[in-house]
Write a protein that binds this ligand. Structure first.
Ligand SMILES: Cc1cc2nc3c(=O)[nH]c(=O)nc-3n(C[C@H](O)[C@H](O)[C@H](O)COP(=O)(O)OP(=O)(O)OC[C@H]3O[C@@H](n4cnc5c(N)ncnc54)[C@H](O)[C@@H]3O)c2cc1C
Length: 437
């Protein structure tokens, strides 16, 4: 076999790709200091206070096909190719045979000094949290990794009586921590820059509904909080920061992008044979292109599956099954065909008792949405379109406390009967029934 697939990062995207490639009988090397020992991140911000399981391992084991390398990848160098055979995103979509074939397309250099050659590499290095200092709370930390969460859990377990939790930042993770603390009988205060939480994540009707519910439940909000330096000392027993994260990026031939790895609709970077998945990738083309990483669990998993299919199906053997090199066969080991990542992206966030979901393309700034409530008026969905044209097709849905309708939204967006704005404006239109077409 001529394919040598290396995955850097054994989080959700990397683990999923490895598992699926293994199921296809494809050998793969997984590089991560925690390879085989990683766990899901979402429970970390939701189960710090309620005795539920916060540690849900991925259970990836080394097999005949999966090799773990427990180390940090430090950089990648690509094999020299002749000038006119260097890959661009465009040529990766329409690959031409290389003039100068190499069995190895690139090399991953490890912290230990070892190196590993590959024909295909999946970058799945995720993100790391920003860790701002809070002068009056030197122990403040995010809950991004298992280590962070276990430190917090230890404090919570040793506490006698309710805790007073301070939270800096009002994105998904901050709201999950604050609302779950209050749901468990603790106090929580959220310090935020603006005047409402979740401003960058959800449209106005959804974030307002959450704001109302969280305040009613007892979460306190300190709005227009401009600097962590102003947060008073001796108020909180525990301080959690939640002010975003940045992709972890290792240089390729000395190049490291400013934000994340731009990938095309096949999740290929502009570097030949190198793909990126999950939180470290920005999908720049295809139906779900976005100007920042999707950064959500279902997308990381979907990327992992997509790349396993793409690379698992890429040609790897000569017709007679012998192990000739690509140079000998004329086959290009990086050729992957022209599949497009198109699974409907979605996100979920459980904030204490409140459950909020998105599916497809939604925007926190949208003002021309359509809202539909359940008969009680307590659950609702917000429908997003590209324009106000009555014939504009649905492209995204937010769902507030209505899980079965989130499932319907995913079915509709993933199906062949995408409704128009005019249809959703019609009170008689049955969205759930439509999702079954
Ligand atoms: C606390 C928390 C709660 C979340 N809750 C939700 C939620 O409710 N809903 C939702 O949809 N999403 C949620 N997410 C987001 C979701 O967990 C991520 O989108 C998903 O984990 C991304 O998967 P990934 O494989 O891209 O990266 P990760 O899971 O972060 O894995 C990256 C891996 O790469 C390894 N790595 C990094 N650099 C290197 C290197 N140089 N060499 C070797 N290995 C390296 C790391 O050790 C890590 O194991 C949450 C995230 C966090 C942190």
């Amino acid at each position: 076999m001529s394919k040598r697939i290396v995955i850097i990062g054994a989080g959700l995207a990397g683990t999923t790709a490895a598992r699926e490639l293994n199921a296809r009988g494809q050998a793969v090397t997984v590089i991560d200091p925690q390879a085989g020992d990683t766990c899901e991140r979402p429970p970390l911000s939701k189960h710090l206070f309620d005795d539920s399981r916060h540690h849900l391992p991925y259970h990836l084991e080394s097999t005949e096909h999966i090799t773990f390398v427990r180390d940090w990848a430090e950089e990648i160098t690509l094999a020299e190719a002749s000038a006119d055979s260097r890959y661009t995103a465009e040529s990766q979509r329409h690959p031409h045979p290389l003039v100068d074939h190499h069995a190895t397309v690139g090399t991953v250099h490890l912290a230990s000094g070892e190196s590993i050659g590959f024909t295909h590499c999946i970058l799945a290095t995720g993100m790391e949290a920003h860790r701002p200092q809070i002068p009056n709370y030197p122990d403040a930390l995010p809950v991004y990794d298992l280590g962070d969460a276990e430190w917090v859990l230890d404090r919570v377990e040793k506490a006698h009586g309710p805790f007073d939790v301070g939270v800096l930042g009002s994105g998904y993770l901050g709201m999950e921590v604050a609302s779950s603390a209050v749901a468990a009988g603790h106090r929580a205060t959220v310090y935020l820059r603006g005047d409402e939480p979740l401003r960058k994540q959800l449209s106005a009707p959804v974030r307002q509904a959450l704001f109302d519910r969280h305040r009613a439940a007892g979460v306190e909000f300190v709005t227009h909080s401009s600097s962590p330096d102003d947060i008073a000392a001796d108020v909180h027993d525990l301080f959690i920061t939640s002010v975003g994260a940045r992709p972890r990026l290792i240089p390729i031939d000395g190049h490291r992008p400013a934000l994340a790895w731009d990938v095309d609709e096949s999740l290929a970077t502009s570097h030949r044979g190198v793909f990126a998945a999950g939180d470290c990738a920005i999908v720049t083309a295809g139906p779900y292109a976005l100007d920042h990483p999707w950064a959500c669990e279902p997308v990381a998993e979907s990327h992992g599956k997509f790349l396993a299919e793409l690379l698992g199906d890429a040609p790897d053997e000569t017709a007679n099954g012998t192990e000739d090199t690509p140079a000998e066969t004329g086959a290009d080991p990086t050729e992957t065909g022209s599949k497009i990542w198109s699974e409907v992206p979605w996100h979920w966030s459980f904030q204490g008792p409140e459950k909020v979901f998105t599916a497809g393309l939604t925007s926190p700034d949208a003002t021309d949405t359509i809202i539909r409530h359940d008969p009680s008026g307590k659950k609702f969905q917000v429908f997003h379109f590209a324009s106000t044209d009555p014939e504009a097709k649905l492209r995204g849905v937010e769902t507030f406390n209505w899980p079965p309708m989130q499932a319907a939204a995913r079915r509709v967006l993933g199906g062949n009967h995408i409704p128009t704005r005019a249809q959703l404006e019609d009170p008689e239109f049955d969205f759930k029934a439509h999702s079954r077409l």
